[in-house]
Design a protein around this ligand. Structure first.
Ligand code: URA
Length: 215
């Protein structure tokens, strides 16, 4: 409600105190946030789930806000929580190499996670955390309007496809996300590939499929 009112004021060119609009006060489901900086501020202020008590900072997302490709991971780890940017640790370095393998720079794409706060000890996100946090991701996708999505890992894949199938069953084909039916490719999480290097060949096949989607 508050957000819709803000949009109206904006359309009428009436200045508003954006800083006072906190998405967590009204619930992210209540309306579209008009721009990414405002959404980022809402995320930074979010206290919807207990993860806000243990985070160093929120990890909103990074990259080209007009990107054709958006990569969606699971949740911040230690380094991401420290630096406020997704995929900056060892898994992030491998993700950069995976992008290079198909001729992409990290700065060309947009990267975000299912959760914006680090789960303690990097445990799997809880269903209620996913439920509270993913309206932010949905709005990031709506604002960036990527032409292709790539989910890395089981948690992101299962959420985006509303599925309980294993990652092995979900990867290898192009899916469609949401009402806009955005092409969605699923591949292994780079952290999994660090632990299981023999899966890199399959991941490379996924990346070639991904490359075909936006070339
Ligand atoms: N793993 C993720 O899924 N996301 C990050 O940002 C870092 C590690």
């Amino acid at each position: 409600m508050i957000i819709k009112k803000q949009a109206l004021l904006h359309a009428l060119d009436i200045p508003v105190w954006k800083e006072r609009i906190v998405l967590s006060d009204v619930g992210p489901q209540d309306g579209q946030v008009q721009d990414l900086p405002l959404l980022k501020k809402c995320v930074a202020d979010c206290k919807l789930c207990p993860l806000h008590q243990t985070r160093t900072q929120t990890v909103f997302g990074v990259g080209n806000t007009k990107a054709k490709l958006m990569i969606i991971g699971e949740a911040p780890g230690f380094h991401e929580d420290q630096q406020g940017e997704p995929f900056v640790g060892r898994a992030g370095q491998l993700l950069n190499a995976m992008l290079h393998a198909i001729g992409l720079e990290r700065s060309e794409i947009y990267i975000a996670n299912i959760l914006k706060c680090r789960p303690p000890e990097n445990r799997d996100p809880l269903p209620e955390e996913v439920a509270q946090c993913t309206p932010y991701l949905k709005q990031q996708i709506a604002l960036i309007q990527p032409t292709v999505l790539c989910a890395v890992g089981r948690i992101a894949a299962q959420y985006l496809l509303d599925s309980t199938l294993s990652l092995g069953k979900l990867r290898g084909t192009v899916h469609a996300y949401g009402e806009e039916k955005i092409p969605l490719l699923i591949t292994y999480h780079p952290a999994y590939l660090l632990r299981n290097p023999s899966a890199k060949a399959d991941a490379y096949r996924d990346l070639l499929l991904l490359q075909n989607l936006f070339n």
